[in-house]
Design a protein around this ligand. Structure first.
Ligand code: FAD
Length: 269
């Protein structure tokens, strides 16, 4: 039995028309590793513990912060989504005091190129992962590829860009590629190429198209390789399944603590 804590909502705001950023006060005893998720419980009366609707939500911030930050989809008619719409700053959110999940870097050998492939809110655990200095110290390159429906869904760009305001990370910025791209519209996107702000024209694309083409080699000047790449896939289960299958056919393997490989996956539904 784990304890349930009533965590105060510090802030709640839209980062996209259908995505909420929720910040709650972190209980002192809540410990997590970047990549893990929390279980949040909501009901109509924020104080009561009965009739709670529980959902897994990946944590999007650094473990040292005194708050927990979540990026949560508002899915019309979804039980949790509808309750979240009724939740405001100052309310309580029920929080299971344990953190969960194995979608963390400790299942990999920390070397080579790190590939973080997300759809939509699947970027949340990656924001936490790249907030940790050890990522920058250990990997030769960090490549965050974010697939979204259209430009309104490109979220947290400012936070991503701000990592390098930390003077101790300044030297690592040239190891970073951040490639947001759209699946359903033809607008270009703002991202980062080798540490420099740039515009990408990867429109109406999917991960498989990108992996199968020479786009990565030509633009990022990198290769996905069994020797060097560590690849994390997060978000839409179809993307996770398809991409994982594609990679496994190329010889990449799921990484386990006792048998390090190249792939880690997290499906959101
Ligand atoms: C390990 C894990 C971590 C998760 N982390 C996050 C997170 O960081 N942010 C987040 O928004 N959700 C996350 N989810 C999904 C989350 O648990 C809920 O499903 C989501 O909040 C919607 O809840 P709901 O009750 O409104 O709808 P549900 O009844 O849970 O789902 C209804 C439908 O909504 C769609 N859906 C669910 N989640 C998403 C999503 N994230 N993006 C697009 N469509 C979705 C699916 O079609 C699903 O069938 C995570 C799930 C798992 C298993």
């Amino acid at each position: 039995m784990t304890n349930i804590h009533l965590a105060t909502v510090l802030n709640k705001f839209n980062v996209a028309p259908n995505i909420i950023c929720l910040k709650v006060l972190k209980p002192r005893e809540f410990i997590f590793c970047p990549g893990q998720f929390a279980r949040l419980g909501l009901n109509v009366d924020h104080q009561k513990t009965d009739l709670l609707t529980w959902r897994a939500q990946s944590i999007a911030n650094n473990p040292q912060d005194n708050f927990l930050e979540f990026l949560i989809i508002l899915e019309d008619g979804g039980a949790f989504s509808e309750l979240l719409k009724l939740t405001a700053s100052g309310n309580g959110v029920h929080l299971d005091e344990r953190s969960y999940g194995f979608f963390t870097l400790d299942r990999f050998l920390l070397q080579g190129d790190l590939w973080l492939l997300a759809t939509g809110t699947g970027i949340a655990p990656f924001l936490s992962i790249i907030s940790e200095k050890k990522v920058w110290h250990n990997f030769q390159s960090v490549n965050l590829l974010h697939s979204v429906r259209d430009n309104s869904q490109i979220i947290y760009t400012e936070k991503i860009f701000s990592i390098f305001r930390d003077p101790s990370l300044k030297n690592y910025v040239s190891n970073f590629n951040y490639v947001p791209f759209t699946t359903r519209c033809s607008e270009s996107t703002e991202g980062i190429l080798a540490g420099k702000t740039t515009t990408f024209d990867l429109t109406r694309s999917h991960f498989i198209d990108i992996l199968e083409s020479s786009w990565i080699k030509e633009n990022l000047k990198l290769d996905l390789s069994i020797e060097k790449s560590k690849i994390m896939l997060c978000g839409n289960p179809n993307m996770v399944k398809e991409t994982r299958k594609y990679l496994q056919l190329k010889g990449f393997a799921i990484s386990r603590k006792d048998k390090p490989g190249q792939i880690a996956v997290e499906s959101f539904w």
